[in-house]
Structures are given as C-alpha cells and as structure tokens.
Design a protein around this ligand. Structure first.
Ligand code: SF4
Length: 118
C-alpha cells in the first residue's frame, strides 16, 4: 500500500511516497530531501502525533486561559484531551508555563498555560 504525504518540517514541503506492508509497517520512504522527512513520514504513517492548543475558562475572568501540550500527543487522543480540557475550571492566578494537567491521559505530555492570567 502506498501513501502520499507532505512533509511539514520546513517550507520546502517535500511530497513523499511511503510504501507500507499490509500489517502497517513502513517499507520505504521516497521523495524526502533530508532525513527529517523520512522520520516524519514514518511517524505520520505509524503513530501520528499533534501538538494541541486550546483555551479553557478561568473562574472570575472574562478572558479564557490559553494552554498547549508540552509535547505532541497521539492524534487518536485529541478528542479525549479536548473533552478533559472542556471540563476544567481554572482558579486564578496562573503563570505562563504552569502545569495545568500533568501527564494527560498518560501520554507524558503536560497541559501548560501559555500566558499569565492574574
Ligand atoms: S524532507 Fe527535509 S527538506 Fe523536505 S520538507 Fe521535510 S524537512 Fe524540509
């Protein structure tokens, strides 16, 4: 099975062809200009991950708190992460970089504040 994907690691946007075995293993990657493309292609075709950014309500503030994951999480878990973030109510103050949810869904990624909210 062949998959065509575009590398998003730099503005070159190399278009790569990934050959997969029937059991989902990457057999070959072509079309990448540098090794970062191959690494991205293997990740994207076997366990795609994404950084998540979101805003969550803060008690007593008209301004919501912006947050992000500290590292990419499996794409398949995005809905569950968003459900958790939707249920959180933050108590102020919060500082940029503060961990809001440690190790969300046991992914090794923390949800951290991206701004101060006094
Ligand atoms: S393969 Fe390398 S050169 Fe091509 S888009 Fe990815 S990072 Fe850029």
């Amino acid at each position: 099975m062949e998959q065509i994907i575009t590398c998003i690691n730099c503005p070159m946007g190399c278009r790569m062809t990934v050959n997969m075995s029937p059991d989902g293993k990457v057999l070959s990657v072509s079309g990448n200009t540098c090794p970062r493309g191959e690494k991205y292609a293997v990740q994207e075709c076997t366990l795609p991950v994404r950084m998540i950014t979101a805003v969550i309500p803060a008690e007593g503030s008209a301004v919501p708190l912006s947050v992000k994951t500290s590292r990419p999480v499996p794409k398949a878990l995005i809905r569950q992460v968003m459900d958790i973030l939707g249920s959180i109510r933050i108590t102020l103050p919060v500082c940029a970089g503060q961990v809001i949810v440690p190790d969300i869904l046991q992914t090794g990624s923390d949800i951290i504040a991206t701004r101060d909210l006094p």
